[in-house]
Design a protein around this ligand. Structure first.
Ligand code: ADP
Length: 447
């Protein structure tokens, strides 16, 4: 068993992890930059260490400082949350070399899934369905032949990609040269690596992802899917579990494929296998080897605390459940409350003057915000997550409408008004949307 956990993160996820540790009776260490000295995760932790000035590279990404904080406090395990160092294989290696447990997968698994081409190849070998495409990198002189084989439209993607950068669609042969050269130029500028590969472009897919957890010894389970199709610039905005597009057979089939793959891989910890879904088919796009922002909707419908599971497997205690014991109950929706303009999404840091979080049956608010809290301008703009659960999707939507009316955050702009619009929209009510829906909606409904 680990005896003291250092949480190498901030904001709502640091608080989330801290809560799990407290329930398990494990002492916690918060780390923080000078900008976060008053943050809730620092106040609620048993101990805290200031690890540097506001910029992330000097604090939350500063591996030396984090290892030093472990040594000073005697923490023997680190939970990385999401973002920051959560998918940094070197960090996992360094902790290992210091005899500190990384609460996450092995450094090798992080590396495999962190590279788009090896991730796709590995997924395919493990029996996971992938998007038809090139066999690894495509050089400009091979592009036409490869594209003809795949069939237009095709998508050119940076092998080092991330955040949707270095991605270009070629609708036909006429577009191909330009798509290749702009994708390569963007990739070189963003990642210092101009290598690209090619995939069939799917026109109207949904984004559906499967939550998995493994014990690192060959046992693994899936916890069903999340539908994260409502996105803006590839950023998820609203997530649901289960997906309005899948039935039970489809869920259990793709879930089992993912669980079996994780057993073969001997995967340790929580992970998410992301797919595009179109015309009844799943196409692997990537695997995230960490806890995701939207994990609470899975917790709502399964009753399983994913952070407890992460800590258990990191401690060598195995999973607390078998696949047969996992059941899916009702429907859950998460809204990401960002300190941003609800239409332009321009960040709106500042001081929250009034904060009232809603309550009642089936309501969870994960947030470190409070009245008087000053949102620092240095980090991402997520200030909280609203998670609503109901016995059915209809009940969940009715509850969400009530809860959004009750939620008050004054002093800054937030995305709450956008959710108040979406919860009353007919397409959303019908569950009838794909990954482009929100962009179209925003274009048609400007401020
Ligand atoms: P990144 O790591 O840059 O975010 P992903 O491979 O995860 O790249 O893809 C990001 C987004 O791009 C997906 O969520 C989807 O919206 C779109 N996308 C990726 N691959 C395809 C494809 N083959 N066809 C259509 N859209 C795609």
């Amino acid at each position: 068993m680990v005896s003291k956990i250092l949480i190498a993160n901030r904001g709502e996820i640091a608080l989330r992890v801290l809560r799990a540790c407290k329930e398990l009776g494990i002492p916690t260490v918060a780390v923080h930059s000078t900008a976060d000295a008053d943050a809730m995760h620092v106040r609620l932790a048993d101990e805290s260490v200031c690890i540097g000035p506001p910029p992330s590279r000097e604090s939350y990404l500063n591996i030396h400082q984090i290892v030093a904080a472990c040594e000073i406090t005697g923490a023997d395990a680190v939970h990385p949350g999401y973002g920051f160092l959560s998918e940094n294989a070197k960090f996992a290696d360094i902790l290992d070399a210091h005899g500190i447990t990384f609460i996450g997968p092995t450094a090798d698994h992080i590396r495999i899934m962190g590279d788009k081409i090896t991730a796709k190849k590995t997924a395919q070998e493990l029996g996971i369905p992938v998007v038809p495409g090139s066999d690894g990198e495509v050089k400009p002189e091979q592009a036409l032949e490869v594209a003809r084989k795949i069939g237009f439209p095709v998508l050119i993607k940076a092998t080092a990609g991330g955040g949707g950068r270095g991605m270009k669609v070629a609708k036909s042969e006429a577009d191909l040269d330009e798509a290749i050269s702009t994708a390569r130029a963007e990739a070189a500028a963003a990642f210092g690596n101009d290598a690209v590969y090619m995939e069939k472009y799917l026109g109207k897919p949904r984004h559906i992802e499967i939550q998995v957890v493994g014990d690192g010894e060959g046992n693994a389970v899936h916890l069903g899917e999340r539908d994260c199709s409502l996105q803006r610039r590839h950023q998820k905005v609203w997530e649901e579990a289960n997906s309005p597009a899948l039935n039970v057979e489809q869920r259990m089939k793709i879930g089992q494929i993912c669980a079996d793959a994780m057993k073969k891989l001997k995967y340790r910890g929580a992970g998410t296998i992301e797919f595009l879904y179109e015309n009844g088919e799943f196409y692997f796009i990537e695997m995230n080897t960490r806890l995701q922002v939207e994990h609470p909707i899975t917790e709502a419908i399964t009753g399983i605390d994913l952070v407890h599971e992460q800590i258990r497997v990191a401690s060598g205690r195995g999973l607390s459940v078998t696949q047969d014991e996992i059941t899916f109950s009702g429907h859950a929706i998460e809204c990401r409350i960002n300190a941003e303009d609800p239409r332009t999404f321009v960040p709106s840091p500042g001081t929250i003057t009034h904060f009232h979080a809603p309550g009642g049956l089936g309501v969870r608010v994960d947030s470190g915000a409070y009245a008087g809290y000053k949102i620092p301008p240095y980090y991402d703009s997520l200030i909280g997550k609203l998670i609503v659960h109901g016995r059915t999707r209809v009940e969940c939507m009715m509850r969400l409408r009530r809860v959004l009316d009750e939620f008050v955050v004054d002093g800054i702009k937030t995305t709450l008004p956008l959710f108040r619009d979406l919860v009353s929209n007919q397409d959303i009510a019908n569950g009838d949307y794909d990954i482009h829906w929100l962009e179209h909606y925003l274009a048609e409904n400007p401020a």
